[in-house]
Design a protein around this ligand. Structure first.
Ligand SMILES: Cc1cc2nc3c(=O)[nH]c(=O)nc-3n(C[C@H](O)[C@H](O)[C@H](O)COP(=O)(O)OP(=O)(O)OC[C@H]3O[C@@H](n4cnc5c(N)ncnc54)[C@H](O)[C@@H]3O)c2cc1C
Length: 440
């Protein structure tokens, strides 16, 4: 008997969500095509963290080789996150990972580098990755979902996965969501992001200011009212990345920040360590991002059921959640598993995916706001009285989660619900959070 035809999957966007979906689907024998608008969108950014809830997905790729490559180049000798006051005074530190295993599945590094490693692996599995071609229109009929490309070509497949980021076209075209209200979409946050290579003189300055350890990498966080700064120093000081996050600002998108503009936002950080980071930063190496925020949505799939939004397109978190890439990866492995076990019923797979992911994703989305408020609205006396409890509250433990295991456990029940016609709002029909919530 001939084996059934593999499912065909069109992925829109080659960010972390799109690439991970492509990899997970290709590894399950599906026929995948990826469309990415920007010819080189991915050299940008500073540091990107992937925590164990998603790092375990990467660890499984190519027998661990992809993860190892990220460790080899990335920031993987971190012991703790050091929390300092804006004037440089040490406040507390929080373990980066709980044990060796968690450490092994926690990744950090330059976003562009991590992306290029994952892209290289995706290209080995998926021959059809088209870069520099945008999707302009989403289509759907009873049997197929399709996309129209900026070249005018139309592609059809069993399903379309829109992983097109926070400025998603699919949000409007597929879900009919129009973000007319700017207050809804402006995060009121901006971030200066910087990544650069150092020379020996800069490394000497870092060393002299306690920022370069002989045996490990550094993650340091400085807090000020409505402003925070975070720096990573790794590869024996050869690589430095930092960002400076401010609330209640509305800067332009993705511009090189001028030294004068930057100086204003660095003023509160008077400690010699934060000043040293600023002083070694080459002119022209700091980008000024306006962060786009999207409220959580209550439906991820199209009316016809063959198109789904994932990643930042479905849930653009605040950076204080620290889970942008990790949540996109959780979506991808859930989706790929549902497609693998749906018996060819793609609509069932997409519906199951949103029911499995909805509450956890919303909880993470909310944690971005809770963290921001805990951080920006907590008086210094409270922080200094019990700094460690404060720091632990700010970084809740999402980490022990295994999204693939969760999808495997939940799919049979949720598929049964769908087949039995259990309907209602996504809030009602989705898998509820585990007892005690997501972070013990
Ligand atoms: C340039 C850039 C820099 C970033 N820097 C950082 C950082 O330093 N630290 C951090 O934690 N997070 C950073 N992020 C965010 C982080 O990468 C995402 O939150 C996370 O990886 C979620 O990934 P995603 O795939 O859902 O979305 P994204 O990473 O935003 O990927 C979406 C992709 O879809 C593509 N796309 C959009 N519209 C279309 C279309 N119509 N047709 C085809 N393709 C389309 C985009 O070009 C993009 O590559 C950055 C994101 C970007 C795009």
């Amino acid at each position: 008997m001939a084996s059934p035809k593999p499912l065909s999957v069109l992925v829109v966007g080659a960010g972390f969500g799109g690439l991970s979906t492509a990899i997970e689907c290709a590894n399950r024998g599906m026929q995948v095509t990826v469309i990415e608008k920007y010819p080189d969108s991915n050299s940008q950014g500073d540091i990107l963290d992937i925590f164990p809830n998603a790092g375990r997905i990467i660890k499984a790729w190519d027998g661990g080789k992809v993860g190892q490559e990220i460790h080899d180049t990335g920031c993987d000798k971190i012991r703790s996150m050091e929390v300092h006051k804006y004037d440089g005074k040490y406040v507390t530190e929080v373990d980066w990972a709980r044990d060796e295993f968690e450490h092994d599945i926690t990744y950090a590094g330059h976003r562009g580098k991590l992306h290029s490693i994952i892209m290289a692996y995706a290209k080995r599995l998926v021959p059809d990755i088209r870069i520099g071609v945008g999707v302009t229109k989403y289509l759907e009929n009873e049997e197929q979902a399709g996309i129209v490309l900026s070249t005018g070509e139309t592609l059809w497949a069993d399903c379309v996965i829109a992983a097109d980021g926070p400025r998603s076209v699919a949000r409007e075209q597929v879900l009919g969501l129009i973000n007319e209200d700017e207050t809804n979409t402006d995060s009121k946050w901006a971030v200066f992001r910087s990544f650069f290579k150092t020379d020996e003189a800069s490394r000497e300055l870092l060393r002299a200011n306690g920022l370069l350890y002989p045996d490990r990498d550094l993650v340091r966080f400085w807090m000020f009212d409505n402003l925070s700064m975070m720096a990573f120093v790794w590869n024996d000081g050869a690589d430095v990345a930092w960002d400076d996050k401010a609330s209640e600002e509305g800067w332009s998108n993705s511009n090189i920040a001028s030294r004068e503009h930057l100086a204003k936002w660095m003023e509160p950080f008077t400690g010699k360590d934060a000043r040293a980071i600023y002083n070694v930063t080459p002119v022209g190496k700091t980008i000024d991002f306006k962060l786009v925020y999207r409220p959580a949505i209550d439906k991820w799939t199209s009316k016809g059921g063959r198109t789904i939004l994932i990643g930042d397109a479905a849930h653009a978190n605040l950076p204080t959640a620290g889970q942008g890439a990790s949540q996109a990866l959780e979506d991808s492995v859930t989706l790929a598993h549902c497609l693998e076990v749906c018996g060819g019923d793609v609509k069932l797979a997409l519906e199951a995916t949103q029911r499995i992911r909805y509450h956890r994703s919303n909880a993470v989305h909310k944690s971005g706001q809770v963290n921001r408020d805990a951080f920006y609205k907590t008086p210094w006396e409270v922080i200094e009285a019990d700094a460690h409890t404060f720091a632990k509250r700010r970084w809740p433990k999402l980490k022990p989660w295994d999204p693939l295991q969760f999808a495997k456990e939940q799919f049979p029940k949720i598929a049964e619900d769908i087949k039995n016609g259990v309907t209602g709002s996504l809030d009602e029909v989705a898998i509820p959070p585990p007892e005690g919530g997501y972070w013990p």
